[in-house]
Ligand binder design. Structure first.
Ligand SMILES: Cc1cc2nc3c(=O)[nH]c(=O)nc-3n(C[C@H](O)[C@H](O)[C@H](O)COP(=O)(O)O)c2cc1C
Length: 313
């Protein structure tokens, strides 16, 4: 998620789930080609499995981005056909591509030709005045014919005019039955649903209706402890408990600080921990006020922890 997630967030999330696929925020193909590549694409081995999400609409550029990303060892490459922001529309990236399935097919064909790992697509159910029950199956059919086997569908339309990106994640109504119907119509495709899923119980109920996967965005970021139970969806025990997650963040934080990084670059992803528990406000306040200050380190992290989990006397 642009401006929210990064490699530090993924490292933290990966401590809580071995099985969930983690996605990068969208990185545009031109940024991969011309930008600070290591900073945009670098990640730690501990984060696997990780999908790189690319944005773009030029098949040659996307193919080049896939080629340049290959040495970084991503486990999946995902094309963004869902982002409604103006910035993105002017470059013809993201949700506006729902109107151009054959261009998306050309893009993914070019990407697949360069990619040693699966190329997947994240899309909406439609945009603007499109009729989702007509355009979504046509879109899936066209893009699947170019070789994509795995789709993540944000189960709401994007309005390209008049709604902000934030409103476009809240106002257009969710249509889960349509996404479930797509799995029935295309049983050979992997169909994952995204949008508005706030708990693993809800995810489990949707999986029981035949879907292959559930992508959780805001709830996982805002209440990361949700991820501690995620591996149960695969019938597995969580990899560690919260105390062990916090303990395992310490060496990661130390290494980051020693490399010249700031504490808040990591702890900003952890502010949602302890939600609803006594002291959670102190945890958030201590870290949000102090972690960006020069010199803030593990002592501040411990102070915040102390506020939320006072040691037994
Ligand atoms: C701050 C923010 C940034 C986002 N950036 C991306 C992005 O880079 N790529 C993408 O496919 N979706 C992005 N999204 C959309 C989410 O992936 C997801 O589709 C949407 O929030 C609905 O799912 P949720 O209700 O589980 O959050 C972003 C969402 C937020 C809140």
């Amino acid at each position: 998620m642009l401006d929210w997630t990064d490699r530090h967030c993924r490292f933290f999330h990966r401590l809580m789930t071995r099985r969930a696929m983690l996605y990068t925020e969208m990185v545009t193909a031109p940024a991969v080609i011309h930008g600070p590549r290591d900073r945009l694409l670098g990640f730690s081995e501990a984060e696997h499995p990780v999908a790189l999400q690319l944005g773009g609409s030029d098949p040659a550029e996307l193919a080049q981005a896939v080629r340049l990303a290959e040495p970084y060892g991503y486990d999946e490459i995902n094309l963004n056909v869902g982002c409604p922001s103006d910035r993105v529309q002017s470059g013809c990236f993201g949700a506006v591509l729902m109107e151009r399935p054959s261009l998306v097919a050309d893009c993914v064909a070019a990407m697949i030709a360069e990619s040693p790992v699966p190329v997947t697509v994240k899309c909406r159910i439609g945009v603007d005045e499109q009729e989702p029950s007509e355009v979504l199956p046509a879109f899936l059919e066209t893009v699947a014919a170019a070789g994509v086997r795995h789709f993540v569908i944000h189960a709401r339309k994007a309005w390209l005019q008049g709604l902000s990106p934030r409103e476009n994640r809240e106002i257009p109504p969710l249509d889960y039955p349509l996404v479930i119907a797509m799995k029935r119509r295309f049983p050979e495709l992997t169909i994952c649903l995204n949008g508005g899923v706030g708990s693993l119980t809800q995810a489990e109920a949707l999986l029981a209706q035949g879907l292959d996967g559930i992508m959780i965005g805001r709830a996982a970021y805002n209440e990361p402890e949700l991820l501690l139970e995620a591996d149960r969806l695969w019938g597995e025990e969580p990899p560690r408990d919260l105390a062990a997650v916090l303990a395992d963040m310490r060496p990661y934080i130390s290494a980051h600080l020693e490399g010249g990084g700031r504490l808040h670059q990591i702890t900003r992803h952890m502010l949602g921990l302890f939600a609803g528990r006594p002291g959670a406000r102190h945890w958030r306040r201590i870290l949000s006020e102090g972690a960006a200050r020069p010199g803030a380190g593990l002592a501040l992290f411990d102070e915040a922890l102390e506020a939320v989990q006072p040691r037994a006397a």
